[in-house]
Design a protein around this ligand. Structure first.
Ligand code: ATP
Ligand code: MG
Ligand code: MG
Ligand code: MG
Length: 563
């Protein structure tokens, strides 16, 4: 028998008003409907209803991962720094990493993703080509000190990810493991009822070659992608494949090197510029240890030197100053990237002519730079031929006008190749008795983020509105009246439960039918069954949460319909 959950015993406190700090739909509704509770910035508590939705998603993910032969494991979240130092990511991740020390002073981190540790596990457990291929996965808590934890569970600093890793001896094997994951992801998102696109992506900090993202179109999303209405071309704007011609810097002059003492500080920088250390500046681009950390250029963005301070000392500072932008005020704008100071992205203003341009990552409606990834594609001294991709631009495959949209990244799959295997010398004994270097893939799904993405895509003006597979219950029975209605509601709930349905029954005494209806719509169970006016006759009203369609049924008909 499936569970019958009485509202009178359920820990849920619905709110009429949006929380003051909530900007996105999922954040407002998940808090108002009592699914999650904020513990600290980007750190969330899952309340009973939220936990049910979360577990439903995790179950679908597990079933489909098991179906491709994935083996579930559970790695620690608290990790020694050495493996991440070996791969270079202890440094590379910068401020994104939560770092801590144990009582003896040894360095640890909270895992942001687990390529290093999985590589070590397989090195320890597998020794022959006969042990491969292997796909390992976990659903586990990840930690990233995101610069802007926002939008509720959409971008947490602690969040739940399904991460899996494939290990093969050949490139063909890797391609197959990748294809298996791609298929599993399609089935997962299909079953969850998410509207999604698969788009080409850049590998970023993971390294490796081929990579695709699963994007769920939604206005709250932080990614922008182009989509061809005529063929299957779709790409994150970070990865749009147009040729990018480097332009010589003659139009701008070289970057001005800051002549500083050994350990330049924010004061050195301010002094050099002749401004107070607390100044907010435009016309400034700052590079630290070869990484662009901040851009302030004519237009609407500024660099707050005070905030930059901790990032500068004792790093190396180079400056590109106002001269570089002279006469181009109308063309150029930029800002400190959404990923934090260590990752600045650039987008071009649509008015920028090819051959100009520094611009950044605030994805604007209908525009984004083509094929520019800071660090990969250019250094601070390169002056780029930045081309803007706009809605209506021709598709590189077929020439049809591209669509451009915002989306939430719900999954990401990578062919990593041998990057981590090289780092940890992960070999197995091959058929010919010689060691063979293993090739890897890594694959992520934001399980907690998927809750937010689903809420974003399915909610309406009344509240949440879950697809059946993930809903916290199949039916929400409402006792709309007094003892008679409550008795019928509990009776039908019992019968539904006995027939296998997951039931939430609003049996709360002293709560008006109006409040119960409002709560039922806010909570978003797909079917609402009301014991109301005709309870004496044993007639209940079935209401479809999404369409609002109503139908009067006998208890027996209702049970038959809903199970
Ligand atoms: P984003 O671009 O949104 O920061 P990412 O590219 O850094 O995500 P990956 O390293 O590819 O993320 O991680 C795999 C998946 O984990 C992502 O596709 C996303 O669904 C999820 N994820 C990543 N960061 C977060 C976060 N801060 N909160 C919730 N889910 C996240
Ligand atoms: Mg990220
Ligand atoms: Mg991403
Ligand atoms: Mg990603």
């Amino acid at each position: 028998m499936a569970q019958v959950q009485r509202m009178s015993r359920l820990m849920v406190k619905t709110l009429r008003d949006d929380p003051a700090d909530a900007e996105t739909l999922n954040h407002k509704l998940l808090v108002r409907a009592g699914y999650v509770r904020r513990t600290a910035a980007g750190i969330w508590t899952w309340l009973p209803l939220g936990k049910k939705v979360y577990e439903n998603i995790a179950r679908v993910v597990r079933e489909e991962m098991d179906a491709i032969g994935g083996q579930e494991v559970l790695l620690p979240a608290l990790l020694p720094k050495e493996p991440y130092e070996a791969s270079g990511r202890y440094e590379e991740y910068g401020d994104l990493l939560f770092r801590l020390k144990d009582r003896k002073g040894a360095d640890y981190l909270l895992g942001p993703t687990h390529e290093e540790i999985f590589t070590q596990v397989v090195k320890d457990q597998c020794s022959s080509y006969k042990d491969l291929p292997v796909i390992l996965y976990q659903i586990q808590t990840k930690y990233r000190d995101e610069a802007r934890p926002r939008a509720g569970v959409l971008r947490g600093r602690e969040f739940q990810m399904k991460d899996s890793y494939s290990f093969d001896t050949t490139d063909e094997g890797l391609a197959e493991s990748y294809a298996l994951h791609r298929g599993a992801y399609q089935r997962i998102f299909e079953r969850l009822g998410l509207d999604y696109r698969i788009v080409s992506a850049v590998a970023g900090a993971m390294g490796g070659s081929k990579s695709e993202e699963f994007l769920a179109p939604a206005p709250a999303g932080e990614d922008t992608f182009v989509d061809c209405p005529a063929c299957d071309y779709a790409a994150n704007t970070e990865a749009v494949t147009f040729a990018l011609a480097p332009v010589d810097g003659s139009a701008h002059g070289p970057a001005e090197e800051l002549d500083t003492p050994d350990t330049p500080t924010i004061e050195t920088l301010a002094e050099h510029l002749g401004v107070p250390a607390s100044a907010t500046l435009k016309n400034l681009l700052v590079k630290v240890d070869g990484e662009i950390v901040a851009v302030g250029v004519p237009g609407d963005r500024e660099v707050d030197l005070g905030k930059l301070g901790e990032h500068l000392a004792p790093a190396e500072v180079e400056l590109v100053t106002a001269e570089d932008f002279e006469g181009r005020d109308d063309l150029v704008r930029g800002y400190v990237g959404p990923q934090g100071l260590d990752k600045v992205r650039y987008i071009a203003d649509p008015r920028v002519a090819p051959g100009t341009a520094w611009i950044t990552g605030a994805n604007k409606q209908d525009k984004h730079v083509k094929n520019v990834v800071c660090g990969r594609d250019f250094e601070v001294d390169d002056y780029l031929d930045v081309v803007v991709v706009e809605a209506g631009d021709p598709c590189p495959n077929c020439g049809t006008g591209l669509k451009l949209d915002r989306a939430i990244e719900i999954g990401h799959i990578f062919q990593l190749g041998r990057k981590y295997a090289d780092t940890f010398q992960l070999d197995v004994l091959g058929k010919e008795g010689k060691p063979v270097r293993v090739t890897m893939g890594s694959y992520g799904i934001g399980v907690s983020r998927a809750v937010a993405a689903l809420a974003e895509q399915t909610a309406d003006d009344k509240g949440l509105c879950w697809p059946k597979e993930v809903a916290p219950a199949d039916v929400h029975v409402v006792a709309a009246g007094k003892a008679l209605q409550t008795e019928l509601a509990l009776d039908v709930a019992e019968k539904l439960g006995a027939a296998g349905a997951r039931v939430l029954v609003d049996d709360r005494a002293g709560v008006s039918p109006g409040v119960k209806f409002t709560d039922a719509e806010l909570i978003g169970v797909p079917q609402i069954l009301v014991a109301g006016r005709r309870s004496a006759e044993g007639i209940v009203e079935l209401k479809d949460r999404r369409t609002g369609e109503r139908e009067e049924l006998s208890v027996e008909e209702a049970v038959a319909r809903l199970t």
